[in-house]
Design a protein around this ligand. Structure first.
Ligand code: FCB
Length: 443
């Protein structure tokens, strides 16, 4: 099976990349990194499948050179990676870890040597445990702690990264982790949620300012989006889908680009917001240079029976599903590209910073066939091409993920990679999708 596109089907200079994150691949036990809230979350029974954690993961910390070779050999132009706060500053504040700084320094040089553009994300979820002990994202001071970390790491690698974004997926940092309790720190508390929803954006703004102060440019914001559809024809379901769309898709973009929060969400969160939140929008709305869209699926939304705001629940949909049980819905990507462009981008370049799927991939006779992934990526790159044809300035597309890795609460079961990883031997086997990509991207 092959890809339906080649480079010639995209505008000149279009960036093809792949993405990973530090905790999911590096092996957090190596190199003097500090404890993170993901380590304690994973050590608590019931939070993560089989109690798995990122202590070893893909051992990328020791194997990064061969992994970067695989990015180059696929013909990809860019690599979106993240820097672990606890690897760089083990206690979250104070003394940096020289090994951690050296590691990211070498990694960035390794990309440049291979002609790969480094797209850095400062925070992809592994909060240093000492900061979690101080309240983590509930504590307003996190914006300053994060700005200080930003200055330390970008003071070292900021002169060589092609692009940078502060925080991967604010919705997951705030809502998924403080309201739904699915990710670390595993809270289910509306007051904690409201605070995290705000402080995550304050930290974003302070980090952008810290990077500008270092003279960096090409700074963006990476947010995730889920198409929210009403589960039935009732006005009630329609309204609940709008609320879901509000706290998932609108809140963060609206804060950063319009310097306000959507009223439909404030209806529920306002009583729980930290004092003075209205005065923070000049920091939150510090200008950025591009917007990044992470997109995977849609959700059908219907009523729950709690009698409490937001009063909604996810309902199983009828479309074909990936191994995550996520419906395949490429029109949603087209929707978000055109909608973000029309409502929030004001001409800014847009990147698809994550898109991909999990499947049950196995190695047989040295090969790993993943036709469903090729089909998924074909459908979603079609959606990107449609948006470009309609005038949306989409500048790049990053596949999640380079290789199978630690899929958070779902442990090592969910395989998103272009490259198969055997988690016993750590052997890498490029999948059929990797080989097909190499053909599609060949000059
Ligand atoms: C995104 C995350 C990434 C990975 C994919 C499947 O929400 O950014 O770390 O878990 O989903």
């Amino acid at each position: 099976m092959t890809f339906k596109f080649t480079r010639a089907d995209f505008p000149d200079g279009f960036t093809f990349g792949t993405a990973t994150s530090s905790y999911q691949i590096e092996g957090h036990a190596a190199g003097g990194a500090g404890q993170t809230h993901w380590d304690s979350f994973a050590a608590t029974p019931g939070n993560v499948v089989r109690g798995e954690n990122g202590a070893l993961a893909c051992d990328h910390y020791h194997r990064w050179e061969a992994d970067l070779d695989l990015i180059r050999d696929a013909g990809l132009d860019a690599y979106r990676f993240s820097t672990s706060w606890a690897r760089v500053v083990p206690e979250g504040r104070g003394q940096p870890n020289a090994q951690g700084l050296d590691y990211y320094d070498r990694l960035v040089d390794g990309m440049l040597e291979r002609g790969i553009k480094p797209f850095a994300t400062l925070y992809h979820w592994e909060l240093p445990q000492p900061l979690a002990d101080l309240g983590g994202w509930r504590n307003r001071d996190i914006a300053n702690w994060f700005a200080d970390f930003t200055t330390v790491i970008m003071g070292r690698i900021g002169d060589r990264v092609h692009a940078a974004a502060p925080i991967n997926e604010p919705w997951c940092v705030a809502w998924l982790s403080h309201f739904m309790g699915h990710h670390a720190p595993g809270m289910r508390d509306i007051r904690a949620t409201a605070r995290a929803m705000h402080h995550v954006l304050l930290a974003h703004g302070r980090a952008i300012q810290a990077m500008r102060a270092l003279g960096m440019s090409n700074l963006g914001a990476v947010m995730n989006f889920e198409y929210a559809a009403p589960a039935d024809d009732s006005p009630q379901a329609a309204r609940l889908a709008r609320i879901y769309d509000g706290f998932y898709n609108q809140w963060f973009l609206s804060g950063v680009r319009h310097k306000r929060y959507p009223q439909i969400v404030l209806e529920g969160l306002e009583p729980h917001m930290p004092a003075g939140w209205q005065d923070d929008f000049d920091v939150i709305g510090t200008p950025v240079d591009w917007l990044g869209i992470n997109y995977y699926t849609r959700k059908l939304i219907g009523p729950d029976d709690t009698g409490l705001w937001p009063g909604l629940t996810e309902v199983e949909g009828p479309l074909p599903k990936t191994a995550m049980e996520w419906e395949v819905y490429p029109d949603g990507l087209h929707h978000f590209l055109t909608w973000v462009n029309a409502e929030y981008a004001d001409g800014l370049p847009i990147y698809v910073t994550e898109n991909g799927m999990a499947s049950y991939d196995t190695v047989q006779g040295g090969a790993c066939d993943d036709p469903a992934r090729i089909d998924y990526l074909n459908k979603h790159t079609d959606a990107v091409r449609r948006a470009i044809a309609e005038g949306v300035p989409v500048k790049g597309y990053f596949i999640w993920s380079l290789m199978d890795n630690y899929e958070w609460a779902l442990g090592y079961d969910k395989r998103f990679g272009l490259i198969h990883v055997d988690f016993d031997t750590l052997e890498r086997t490029p999948k059929a999708s990797w080989h097909a990509l190499q053909k599609a991207l060949a000059p």
